[in-house]
Design a protein. Sequence first.
Length: 367
Amino acid sequence: MDLSDFAIVPEPTEERLAQRQLVDYRSEREDWIEWLLAFGKNPDKAEGYAETTVKARIYRMDHFYRYVWDEEGHYTTSVTHEHADSWMKELAYEDCSDAHRDCCQKAVMMLFKWRAHERGGAEWKPEMRFSSGNQTTAPRDFLTREERKLIREASLEYGSIPSYNNVTPEERKRMKAYLTQRFEKPKKDVSKADWERANGWKIPSLVGTSLDAGLRPIEVGRAVTSWVDLENGLLRIPKEESSKNEGHWHVGLSDRTISMLDRWIDQRETYELYDGRDELWLTREGNTYGSSTLRRLLHDLCDIADIDHADRQMSWYTIRHSTGTYMTREEDLAAAQAQLRHKSPETTMKYDQAPVEDRQDALNRMG
């Protein structure tokens, strides 16, 4: 099949990949483009999609793959339904048209249809649906004020251990065994410094900054130390790192979060993991944080805080949604738009969702 008229590997991706990755990705793309043209519309009848449809969708499929690489911190073709749902949540709050969101969703559904028929996977059923008729369904779950407080407090408890000087020799022995497993080092090498490391400020600063700034998962992964302006209590996010933004963002932070960041930035300098790197937060394995890692962290924090998350869409966007909701309520849409880095006020309108009880109170006050 002649694919010379198709953008097999778009330029942004070609510039990003190493040679062997490029060969692998090109082969993957050619396989599913050929299948979409021959079988994609109705595999049972060997009926494919029109060339114009495939040409339009493969650009969005490529965008999806680049999103996954940003989230995972490395090249992979092992995309999952979780990746797809995470991208849809990001698109729900992005400053783009409903028609664009709808086309992106259809493109990803086509991709997983190919994987289901050719790789033995399952077709993807999105958690939310978009339409080009301005009927976007955005995630509705967000943390309440009390839950935000509990999550912040849980971050202080997360992974913490008693003070070195406040335990008995027997308790200290047991804690050393725990730290041996946690930091994967011989028991004889566990020191008082490891005790302090276990009570570090990485997670509290990450959680506090996300609660204040409504950080997207991709922004948590991209955050570097130069973003933090401790003196002025700001995150200075350059336009290159903020999706669809034409200028730099100056995002306000609370005094409490600034104090946590101050402690963490001093502390991270003592960790070999961060030598020669400027990422603000890294996992224990030295990777940047992505959607799945952050979701697990949030679930752990909910467990510590005794917040039931079994029947909720509890992802890192739940934090962002709560920031937008309460910033809109405390200030106005303009303040929420600036804090969440939205280019268009229409995007911020998704957060203007006053609970029923608030609206009832307003009606009672109105008489």
